[in-house]
Design a protein around this ligand. Sequence first.
Ligand SMILES: Nc1ncnc2c1ncn2[C@@H]1O[C@H](COP(=O)(O)OP(=O)(O)OP(=O)(O)O)[C@@H](O)[C@H]1O
Length: 310
Amino acid sequence: MNITIDTVTKRYKTVTAVDAISLDVRSGQIYALLGPNGAGKSSLVRMLVGLTQPDSGRIQITDLGGADIQLRPQHFAYLPEDRGLYQDRSILDNLSYVARLRGLEQSVYLPRIDKWLAHFDLTDRKQEPMRQLSKGNQQKVQLISTLLHDPDLVILDEPFSGLDPVNQEHVLKVLSDLKEQGKTVLLSAHQMALVERLADKMLLMSHGKALAQGSLEEIRATLQPQRLYRVHCDAIAAQSAWSDFSEIERLHPIDKNELELTLGADVDASMLWPRLAERCAIESFALRKPGLHELYLDTIGRSQAQGDAA
Ligand SMILES: Nc1ncnc2c1ncn2[C@@H]1O[C@H](COP(=O)(O)OP(=O)(O)OP(=O)(O)O)[C@@H](O)[C@H]1O
């Protein structure tokens, strides 16, 4: 299944929660929605699953042949932000109930429940009522309930929230497996290190607007077009020796033997190094690519500062 979201806007009374957002997710891809609290991720997801309607723009779901699909519950899984399972009923009762709602036969759903409970290390607890489980274990049961009917499109609002690192890895593996099976996965998350490992494409939103989107490389090129180098040299001497090079946007000493140089996006570094070395000896240098976490903090920090100033 493929998702095309075309210039979609959603307004609530006083706020534009989603502001002209477009994105494409193809079968076999994992797409991550990123952004601070209130950025508009859940609002976008709710429109996608048909819980609310866009004020303008278009959402199109198509099959592999390109034909439009009317999204029905059997086609997709949706893990909402507000989880809901019966607290007084056991894990097994809850999962069986959801499976029957999805139209599965007992002979199909019981082995699937067993497989998932084993995967998440919950087999011994399946008769326990939900209320006895920790938040993380409840989250695991909720995720299992979402995936039981083996849908082609999987939409997950914050699937990693409340999970410890080991269980985050389990969920990461489940999502990678879904991708391998050719499913379409769209998720929102705040765990940048996990998203960086998992997502093929991502959308970074703030105040409903897209700040950057695409692969990690594309996000990096949008948010950080300058190149950052770590340079080993006499940092104090270099600071004065290189002060009149217009190619250097920023020179930031790390310690007395290391500094970070920010070069403009169009600077040919190979021509620049010999000229710099003439003024101050360079022991070594290496290109540094900021990770998603750093890009996110820089960008969202700036966006929030601008919002505060406005
Ligand atoms: N039903 C609603 N009525 C009015 N305003 C709403 C409604 N739902 C969301 N909003 C507002 O829309 C904006 C986007 O909220 P949304 O829940 O989509 O953000 P989010 O990115 O999912 O945040 P979080 O990471 O906290 O879940 C926020 O300003 C929020 O207060």
